[in-house]
Design a protein around this ligand. Structure first.
Ligand code: FAD
Ligand code: NAP
Length: 280
């Protein structure tokens, strides 16, 4: 019989961490895509019992050197109907988890705690005409789920995805996802004509530039898309970015008259942190 990771055979860290017998709540990696030197996405098998609302997050990870689970919060980037789970990840240099996770390969395993939670869910918003998804960096992950969720198009006449990164390559995961959506056999028809994609960079020249906060406050995005100024009667928003971004964009949304909601008290917008900490 072929024995994987025999104790006397030295194996790279990643193989040792993902050996089948050791991982609690193990799921198998089915695909990995590297988008640039700091971003990658991957898909894993989905536990049969896992139910979640598009936009929620779970804890995932690997075993550390002492064999203890090293877990971090990750938005599920795939929609609730998908038979697999997708994640979109940063590669933090020297990050305890992502310095290892970035080397994960198809067939290896990760830990996935099947307890989804989060505020970026449709239930936390009052009904409206338009929904704005506002994200910086990996903050697009929950919206990668919600943009593929039929409920999004059932509930809203228009869906606007604003994504801002420093550079063009950091936009690529979201750009390709949106581009492929209209051709999607499952929800392509629902998406057509409803989803507007407004991506900008701030530190590299590209067709559209500027911070989300500036493009909202100046009215540029409304003019560019031919939409009315954001207002609490028609517009709903979900926000996911760094703490500084979330604080600043909340102020802009409040200036338009939108109020923050929650699962327990739906209102006009909801916010979630894309990560904890100021910088890497
Ligand atoms: C609710 C929630 C959802 C999250 N969803 C995702 C997700 O879908 N994809 C994802 O890549 N990360 C996500 N994160 C961040 C994630 O939990 C980890 O912080 C990240 O995987 C890095 O782990 P690490 O152990 O390598 O470094 P950590 O020790 O966790 O982080 C080190 C530092 O890296 C920076 N950092 C961490 N994550 C990011 C990031 N995503 N973008 C920019 N800088 C970052 C911060 O400054 C942080 O202090 C989420 C965090 C929260 C709270
Ligand atoms: N992405 C990289 O290439 C890079 C490289 C080295 C280190 N890092 C470190 O990694 C951390 C995360 O980087 P990141 O690029 O994912 O996230 P980030 O620094 O939060 O920037 C992502 C995007 O959000 C914008 N933004 C930042 N703060 C904002 C605010 N308060 N209001 C509105 N828009 C805001 C940025 O615009 P601005 O460009 O105008 O700030 C940028 O376009 C940073 O703290 C950084 O120190 C990143």
């Amino acid at each position: 019989m072929f024995v994987r990771n025999h104790a006397r055979v030295p194996v790279p860290d990643t193989q040792a961490q993902t050996a089948k017998p050791h991982l609690p709540d193990a799921q198998t990696v089915t695909a990995v895509t590297h988008w640039n030197e700091s971003l990658f996405s991957f898909r894993v098998t989905r536990p049969q019992s896992l139910r979640f609302r598009s936009g929620e997050f779970v804890m995932i990870g690997l075993l550390d050197d002492r064999g203890k689970p090293l877990l971090r919060a990750y938005s599920i980037a795939s929609p609730a109907w998908d038979e697999e789970l997708e994640f979109y990840s940063i590669k933090v240099p020297d990050g305890p988890l992502t310095s290892r996770l970035q080397h994960i390969k198809v067939g290896q395993e990760i830990i996935l705690r099947p307890k989804p939670v989060g505020t970026l869910v449709h239930d936390a918003l009052l009904p409206g005409k338009r929904i704005w998804f506002l994200a910086t960096g990996t903050g697009i992950a929950p919206f990668a789920s919600l943009m593929r969720e039929p409920e999004t198009y059932e509930k809203y006449e228009q869906v606007i995805m604003m994504h801002t990164c420093r550079t063009v390559s950091e936009l690529e995961y979201g750009r390709q996802l949106v581009e492929n959506l209209e051709a999607d056999p499952l929800i392509g028809e629902m998406v057509a004509g409803k989803l507007r994609y407004y991506a900008t960079t701030t530190r590299e020249a590209s067709p559209r530039m500027g911070r989300i906060t500036d493009n909202l406050a100046s009215g540029k995005v409304f003019a560019d898309l031919g939409l009315p100024r954001m207002n609490p009667a028609e517009d709903r928003a979900m926000v996911c970015g760094s703490l500084a971004f979330n604080v600043d964009v909340k102020a802009v949304l409040e200036s338009f008259g939108l109020r923050e909601g929650a699962n327990s008290e739906p209102r006009e917008y909801v916010v979630e942190k894309a990560f904890v900490g100021d910088g890497v």
